[in-house]
Design a protein around this ligand. Sequence first.
Ligand SMILES: Nc1nc2c(ncn2[C@@H]2O[C@H](COP(=O)(O)OP(=O)(O)O)[C@@H](O)[C@H]2O)c(=O)[nH]1
Ligand SMILES: [Mg+2]
Ligand SMILES: [Zn+2]
Length: 346
Amino acid sequence: MSNFSLLSNIGWQSFFQQQLSLEEWESAIVARVVEQHRSEITVTTDTSTMNIPITHSMPSVVVGDWILLDPEMKLLRILERKTCFQRKAPGSKVKHQLISANIDTAFIVCSMNEDFSLNRIERFLALVNEAGAEPVIVLSKSDLSGSPEDFINDVRKLDHHLMVEAANCLDLESVSKLQPWLAPGNTIGVLGSSGVGKSTLINTLLGAEQQSTGSIREDDAKGRHTTTRRSLIALSSGAMILDTPGMREIQLADAKEGIAATFADIEELAQNCRYADCQHNGEPGCAVRAAIDSGTLDERRLNNYHKLLREEAINSATLKEKRDKDKALGKFYKRTLDESYKLKGR
Ligand SMILES: Nc1nc2c(ncn2[C@@H]2O[C@H](COP(=O)(O)OP(=O)(O)O)[C@@H](O)[C@H]2O)c(=O)[nH]1
Ligand SMILES: [Mg+2]
Ligand SMILES: [Zn+2]
C-alpha cells in the first residue's frame, strides 16, 4: 500500500484517491510520471524514483500523469487526468501531442521587452483554459523594464479577473510574489516562448542551478532555446513545478472552449448582435463593432479572436479527418483479418 500522505508532497489529491478501487488501494503502487525519455519514463512513488521502460502495449503517458503499478513495476493503468495540455504537433499536420497532465496552475511567462505580445498571451490563455488549469500571467524581466505598470495594465485590460504579477526571475525576493500558487500539493506548469525566463524562474525558486538557462541577446530579444527535458520538480514549498520547453510554435486544435473562455467578453457582446450569425464584419446592429467604436473593446483583440478561431477550426478539421481515416482503416484491417480467419477455418 502506498503512503498517501507522502504522495501529497508530489501533488496527490483527493480527485485521484477517489479513483482507486479497494483492491488498488491495498495492492497497487501509486506513482507519478516526472520525466519522459525516448524509451523510458521516470516515475516517483512515495518512497523512491525509478525508470520504467516504455513498451509498445503501454498506453501513452505524459509527464504529470498518475499511474498504478503492479509489484513488478508494470503499468496497470493511468488515472483519469484532472487537466491535460495538448497541442497540434509542430511540423505535423495531423498529430496531437500531449504536453503534460494534472497541472493545477499555469504560469504564462512573457517578458516585458520587444517580445511582449498580448496576442501570444491570449493564445496561451486559450490553451490553459482548454486544459482546465488556472492561469497566472508572469511578466518577467521587470528589472529591465522602465514601466512594468504599463505592461501589467495592458494585461489586466484583457480580463479584470486575470492574475498578473511582474517579476525579476533572477531575484528570489521578487519571485516570492508567486508564493500563493506554490502551496503544498499544487502542481505548476511554466509556459512561454523560449528566452522569456522560464528556466531562470524555476532555478530561482529552487535556489539551485537544476535547469539549464540560455543567454539572450539583448539587441534582438531572441532567446536561445536550451531546455530539452521536461521534468516535474519538487519545490521545498511542497509544490511541484514543470518547465515546458520547445513552445515556440503552439498551434491550437480542439480548443474551442478554451478560446470561448479566453474571449468571454466578445462572446457575451455577440449575444446582443442583431443577427445570430453575425461575423462582426460591419453587419448592421453589431454589438461587437459598437464596443470597438466606443473604445471598450480593442480591435486587436477581436482580430486575434478571429485568427485563433480560424486556426482552431482548420487544425481540428484535419485532426478529425485523420481520426476518421484511422477508424476506417482499422475497420478495414479488422474485416480482412476476420475474412482471412474465416478462409483458414474452412
Ligand atoms: N535581467 C533579467 N534577465 C532574465 C530574467 N529572466 C530571464 N533572464 C535571462 O534571460 C535569458 C533566458 O532565460 P531562460 O530562463 O533560459 O529562458 P527560457 O527559455 O524561458 O527557459 C537568460 O540569460 C536569463 O538570465 C529577468 O527577469 N531579468
Ligand atoms: Mg528554458
Ligand atoms: Zn456582431
